[in-house]
Ligand binder design. Structure first.
Ligand code: 13P
Length: 251
């Protein structure tokens, strides 16, 4: 059985006081022992503090981005996966559509980042998803395949067992337009089948999250789909009540 993961991507939101309040409210509204995995992804400057504050709680911490290079070196402005692990981070989002579209990250770079995250012993959450135009043109599954191809080339069979994939249709991110449970399920099943071509048992255990306007009102029907194993939540993760309701929907 796959355990559900509900992940809150805070994007570039929050400040010290607001984050303390959000986490305190969240801990009050979550069950003491949730039957699922829960993680929050603060902006990088807050990751260390949030990881320290959440150490004895059911809330794990992740980063939203990472350097594609391992080790240390002359990479001004970058943060390595090992550094994130050093401050208590467990997950790293790689290849979010905002990084692909706004910062020009190619699928090759995304795969290199996933590899660096694994090398540091952390879990990469590899994001894929098609644009509105690509869906309109019937290219959705080709786009997903092309985005995952470098991941399959760069990662070993053992490494593929450790990753999480998030399907986030770009047209559903921050738009209030959620993919229908059927649209999401179709792509999730396709992603699982791509993994199954490499290894059946890896595919059976792979956690595939859905992201794109997930909220308390639509979480339960999305999570009821056979191949949806949780959510990557943006806007709704900034509201403790809403995020905890999404976590409960996954339980
Ligand atoms: P929204 O939930 O705000 O649509 O954002 C989704 C997302 O990009 C999570 O990574």
């Amino acid at each position: 059985m796959r355990s559900f993961l509900v992940a809150g991507n805070w994007k570039m939101h929050g400040d010290s006081a607001g984050i303390k309040q959000l986490l305190s409210d969240l801990l009050k509204s979550l069950p003491a022992e949730p039957g699922i995995d829960i993680a929050v992804f603060p902006p990088s400057v807050y990751v260390a503090q949030v990881a320290a504050d959440m150490a004895a709680t059911p809330v794990a911490v992740g980063a939203q981005n990472v350097c594609d290079q391992s080790g240390q070196g002359a990479f001004t402005g970058e943060v390595s996966a090992a550094m994130l692990g050093d401050v208590g981070c467990q997950y790293v989002i790689v290849g979010h559509s905002e990084r692909r579209s706004l910062y020009g990250e190619s699928s090759q770079v995304v795969a290199a980042k996933a590899k660096a995250v694994l090398a540091a012993g952390l879990v990469p959450v590899v994001c894929v998803g098609e644009s509105d135009a690509e869906r309109e043109n019937g290219q959705t599954l080709d786009v997903i395949s092309a985005q995952l191809a470098p991941v399959f080339s760069a990662l070993s069979g053992e490494e593929l067992k450790k990753i999480v994939v998030a399907y986030e249709p770009v047209w559903a991110i921050g738009t209030g337009k959620t993919a229908s449970p059927e649209q999401a399920q179709e792509v999730h099943a396709f992603i699982r089948a791509l993994f199954a071509k490499r290894d059946e048992s890896t595919a059976a255990k792979l956690r595939i999250l859905y992201g794109g306007s997930v909220k308390a009102a639509n979480a339960a029907t999305l999570f009821a789909q056979a191949d949806i194993d949780g959510g990557l939540v943006g806007g709704a993760s900034l509201d403790a009540k809403e995020f905890s309701a999404i976590c409960r929907a996954a339980e």
